[in-house]
Write a protein that binds this ligand. Structure first.
Ligand code: PEP
Length: 256
């Protein structure tokens, strides 16, 4: 079955809940039914915006979906500051982003925690968007494929084939995030293709052909078409460019 491309806007720590409502409305206004048929469009706002996004999506019957930028590995309890999968599911989230490089870098998240969070998301019916990707030193050493595949192995440890099939993997070379430095379509294909190959090895071709593998790193309307033309790239995780409704809509309409 053909994989439906996914364009997910990671807002990072931008937009209060009122700005979030406005941005969601503007994005939805720019997207036509045929766009939603061709591409799944998601926004990943800060936790404090999710309830407002839910309200506007439900009230206006919008077709875009939404999710979180993180999730707790725990179900409930004395974990100050954490947000559980069941809380996110109750707010209508479709996705939970896990292991973004900024979480790995600034919050010390390792593969074991990414794995635990992936399981917490699945347990609560959320689709994990698991972020993987190498830093500049690794890229310079030409080790981007084994480095990234080790992160994939760590994230999926202990998942059944049925669970793994539903996961989204975002290949985000750290040197391309928020830097304006975009990977070439060939760079993106090299690692996204290797990730799909690894899924076939870890599970089977059914899993490998089902999982959506996204590219993320300074994706914009000017470079999205070239990257999306690659056979193993099934969408984008978009940071900076997702904060501008017109630009994000253009990215979602990359086929036009
Ligand atoms: C991201 O935040 O995941 C990202 C890819 O950011 P940017 O598009 O700004 O590089």
């Amino acid at each position: 079955m053909a994989r439906k491309p996914l364009m997910a806007g990671n807002w990072k720590m931008h937009n209060n809940h009122l700005e979030a409502i406005l941005l969601v409305q503007k994005i939805s206004f720019g997207l036509k039914d045929k766009d939603h048929e061709a591409v799944e469009v998601a926004v990943l706002p800060p936790f404090t915006d999710i309830r407002s996004v839910q309200t506007v999506v439900d009230a206006d019957k919008l077709k875009l979906v939404y999710g979180s930028q993180d999730i707790s590995a725990h179900d409930k309890g004395a974990y100050t500051g954490e947000i559980s999968g069941s809380m996110l599911a109750k707010l209508g989230c479709t996705f939970a982003t896990i292991g973004h490089s900024e979480r790995r870098q600034y919050h010390g998240e390792d593969d074991a925690l990414v794995n635990a969070k992936t399981k917490a998301a699945l347990k609560n019916g959320l689709t994990p968007i698991v972020c993987v990707g190498e830093g500049l030193d690794v890229r310079k050493a030409g080790e981007q494929v084994p480095y990234t595949l080790a992160q994939v192995d760590g994230a999926l440890e202990g998942l059944t084939a049925e669970q793994a099939k539903t996961v989204v993997i975002a290949y985000e070379p750290v040197w391309a995030i928020g830097t304006g430095e975009v990977a070439t379509p060939e760079d993106a294909q090299e690692v996204c293709g290797a990730i799909r190959g690894r899924l076939a090895k870890l599970y089977d071709t059914d899993v490998a052909e089902s999982v959506r593998v996204l590219y993320g790193g300074s994706m914009k309307s000017s470079n999205v078409a070239g990257i999306m033309a690659k056979p193993d790239v099934d969408g984008g995780l978009i940071g900076g460019a997702a904060l501008d409704a017109d630009e994000f809509v253009k990215i979602c309409r990359y086929r036009d």
